[in-house]
Design a binder for this molecule. Structure first.
Ligand code: HEM
Ligand code: HEM
Length: 173
């Protein structure tokens, strides 16, 4: 079952969801740069992939948004009022997932570093660009917002699974 239906998310939605879960978790490892200036195992093995994986996520979020819009009319949903809370939460997650890679790119280009992903130079080093640097400054704040949204999202998934026992987790697994 490739497409979604009202009972279950289809293969493409599920693969995209869990791929994002892993890659976003990986991106959150960048927070560990705050500890010991990144001079530890996480900082030396996982964090150096930050720009490459962020660039991959920029491409994947376009695919995911287009796919979600194409499936919107026949996806699983909830009874009101949870329907509106879940939809609002998911839209906020999508918004943060769009803003993150864009502001990351703006930060790098604004600083004049350019962007290199998986060993390929996508944008060459250059002059600093003040407005890009300013907008790129939203990257860190949005990262904290995304972390909060993600924790709330996971808490809601567990609430559905263990308190309401309504099969919400099963339709994404
Ligand atoms: C969905 C994609 C992304 C996520 C979830 C993400 C997440 C994060 C997180 C959690 C931090 C640490 C923030 C902090 O400690 O306050 C960070 C910092 C950073 N990210 Fe990303 N990131 C993403 C994409 C990108 C991309 C595409 C780039 C570059 C092309 C990038 C470049 C940076 C840079 C340069 C920093 C350090 C910023 C600073 O020191 O203020 N990120 N990111
Ligand atoms: C342990 C981690 C996670 C669990 C258990 C989980 C669970 C779920 C479940 C059960 C649904 C279906 C909700 C419903 O139909 O109302 C869902 C949907 C969704 N999840 Fe997660 N999730 C996890 C991590 C993440 C992460 C890290 C993100 C992104 C930052 C994310 C973004 C979304 C989005 C946007 C949806 C809406 C459906 C879609 O468009 O794919 N999830 N999640």
């Amino acid at each position: 079952m490739i497409k979604d239906n009202p009972e279950r998310y289809g293969t493409i939605s599920r693969v995209l969801h869990w791929l994002f879960a892993v890659l976003v978790l990986w991106q959150f490892m960048k927070f560990f740069d705050r500890i010991g200036e990144g001079e530890h195992w996480v900082g030396e093995t996982l964090v150096p992939w930050h720009v490459s994986i962020g660039t991959l996520l920029l491409v994947l979020i376009v695919v995911r948004v287009v796919w979600a819009l194409s499936q919107a009319s026949h996806r699983p949903t909830h009874e009101p009022p949870i329907r509106y809370l879940a939809r609002g939460g998911h839209i906020l997650l999508y918004a943060a997932l769009v803003i993150m890679p864009i502001t990351g790119m703006l930060y790098m280009v604004g600083e004049g570093y350019g962007v290199e992903a998986f060993g390929i130079t996508l944008i060459a080093e250059g002059e600093e660009i003040a407005w890009m640097h300013t907008v790129g400054g939203l990257h860190s704040i949005t990262a904290w917002v995304l972390l909060g949204l993600t924790l709330a999202h996971i808490a809601m998934a567990f609430y559905h699974q263990f308190v309401r026992r309504d099969g919400t987790l099963r339709r994404m697994s």
